[in-house]
Design a protein around this ligand. Sequence first.
Ligand code: GLU
Length: 512
Amino acid sequence: MKTTRKESLFRSLDATGNGRIGKHDILEVLSRSGIAVDDIRLQGLRARLDQLGDETVDAKGLETLLGGTGQLFARAQRGELVIPGFNRFAEQVEAIFDRVRTIDDGRVADYIPQLARVPGERFAVAMCTIDGQALQLGDVSTGFTLQSSCKPLLYCAALEEYGEAKVHAHVGREPSGRSFNELALNNCGLPHNPMINAGAIMTSSLIRRELATADRMEFLTDLVTALSGNRPCHFNNAVWHSERETADRNYALAHHMRERGAFPAGTEIPTALDYYFSACSIETTAPAVATIGATLANGGVCPLTGERVFGEENVKNGLSMMYSCGMYDYSGEFAFSVGIPAKSSVSGVILAVIPNVMGIAVWSPRLDTCGNSVRGVSFLRELVGRFSFHNYDSLVASRKEDPRRLPAAGETSFTYLAIQAASEGDVAELKRLVAHGHDLDAADYDGRTPLHLACAENRVEAVRYLLDQGVSDAPKDRWGTTPLADARKHKRKAIVALFAGRSKVQALKKSA
Ligand code: GLU
C-alpha cells in the first residue's frame, strides 16, 4: 500500500519507529530549516508545545499540534523552503561575517551628533527568506535610523497611491551620475530618480496629502511595521530635529524643484521636508530591515504575516530603481559587480534584496567616500562572490554555489541523494527523503544501498536511522556483499556491535 504524504512525514520524524514523537523532534525540524523560535507564525504552536511538555504524540496528535503551521512544517521537513540546506548556508555566511568584521576602514557620518556618536565597531547582518527562514548575526538588537534606506519604501508607497504615470510626472527614473544631494535636476526640471534626496523629497510630498500631519506620520510607521512583519518601529525624535536643523541642502533642493514647477500644486515645502525627515528618522533593527527586504523579494507580500503591503508591479519598479540608483555614486559599479538591488544609507545600513529569495540587512556605520558602509559593501561582495546571487549569474556556467531549492528531482536522483546522505552520515537529509515518501532501500546500478554506504563510511547514526526505518538489513550488492560484511571489512566496530545488538533483541523477541 502506498503511504500518503502525511504518513511519510510522520514516519520521517519517528526515528525509533514506536509511532510517537515529542516536542524535541518538532523543534529540531524548525531550527534545522532556519525557522526562528520567535517566528510570529509559530505563536500558537509554541503555546501548544509548552502544554505538551515531555509527553509525545501520534500522527493524529501531530496534526492537531501543528494546526495552521502544518504546511510550513511539512515544507521545512521535506526541504522545500527556498534555501533547503539553511544551516550549512548560515555557517558559510557566518564565516564571511567574521572575516568582514575585521575591516575597520571608513568613517562614521558626523553631520549630526546623533550619527557621530554611534560606535563605529557596530556590525549586524540579518537575512530573511521569502519563506521566513532567518539568520541574525552581531548587533541585531541595536537600533539605527533608516535614513536613505526609506527611499524605496517612499517610492513604492507613492506608486501604490498614484500609479506609475502620475508619480513619474514628478520624478525621473534615470541614474543622475551625480552626488545624492547635488543641486541638480534633469532636463525636464524633475529630480533624476526617487533614490536621491530630491526624488525622495518629491515622493514624500505625494504620500497621503489629504491626511492630518499626525495621521500621515502614523501611516509611515504602520507601513514600516507591516513591511517588517509586525515588528514595532520607533521614531527617533532627536535625529529628526538634527536632520531638520542641518537641512540647508535639502531646503535648497526643494526650492529649486518648486522654482521649476516640479511639485504638484498646493505642495508646502516645510510639510514635504518634515515628512521626508520623519521617514529618515524611523528607528529599527537589522532583522526588521531584512524582513522589509524579504517582503520586496516576495513581490510585496510579507512572508511572516502573509499580508500584501505593496503590489507586485510597484515592487518591481522599486527594485529596478534600487538596482540602478541605490548605492550613491557607486551604483553602476555595484550593479555590475554585485548585481542585486540595494539601497544604502548614511546610518550605515544597506537594504539588499535577492528577488524571489531573500532580504538582507547589513548595518555597519563606517562609510567609504561614496557614503556606503565599508563592511556592508564588502559583505555583499563576498556573499555574491561565493553564491550565485548576482542577477546574471544564471547566464554563465557559474562555479559558485547555488543554495536555492533545486527543481524537483526524479526517483533516480533521489536514490543518489539517499546514498550520498548515508555516506556523509547526514541523517537530517535522510529524514527529508523519507518525508517525501522515498524508498531508502533503493540501490544504485551496483546494487549498493544507503545502508551499504553508511556502514562502509562508519556513519553509526545513519545506520541506526536506516535500520529503525525498517530497511532490509542484508541486501547484497553486485559483488554479493552485505552492509554488515562491509562494516566488518573496514573494521567499523561500533556498527558491527550495533548489528549484533539488534539481532540479539530480535532473537529474544522471537523466543518470547
Ligand atoms: N537624512 C539624510 C539627508 O537627507 C539622508 C542621507 C542618506 O542616508 O543618504 O541628508
